[in-house]
Write a protein that binds this ligand. Structure first.
Ligand SMILES: [Zn+2]
Length: 130
């Protein structure tokens, strides 16, 4: 009998533990690219990992507390564009559409997010809704 690994909520083919799971929870492994961080933050929203969201939010823009609405279910992520954000960059932009559901209501969060890297760690800085 084999147990199939949990797929990662971010939509990549790797199972959760080998994908965003590496960066969530108590992990001190940091995402190597802005896109990897963006995906891990989406996954943190999907799994209710507030700790990860706050830890990867730039101190200049980070809210003091963050409460996730448990009635919203994040169902699907599309990454539409990326500029910079690579392993040798210090800033980057990732545009995405995050699909969610609340009861029978479906919605999409479409944002162009700005990420910066300081001391080897990527942070979400801010985003513009599309
Ligand atoms: Zn993932």
């Amino acid at each position: 009998m084999s147990v199939s690994p949990r797929p990662c909520p971010c939509g990549l083919s790797e199972p959760f533990d080998a994908c965003c799971g590496r960066y969530l929870g108590e992990s001190d492994t940091v995402a190597p690219t802005a896109e990897a961080l963006m995906r891990s933050r989406y996954t943190a929203f999907a799994r209710g990992d507030v700790e990860h969201l706050l830890r990867t939010w730039h101190p200049a823009t980070r809210p003091t507390t963050l409460t996730l609405d448990p009635s919203i279910r994040w169902t699907h992520l599309e990454v539409l564009d990326r500029v910079g954000g690579g392993i040798f960059d210090t800033d980057g932009v990732v545009e995405f559409r995050a699909h969610h559901r609340e009861g029978q209501q479906r919605g999409i969060l479409h944002e162009r997010s700005h990420f910066v890297r300081e001391a080897g760690q990527w942070f979400y800085r801010d985003g513009a809704a599309r």
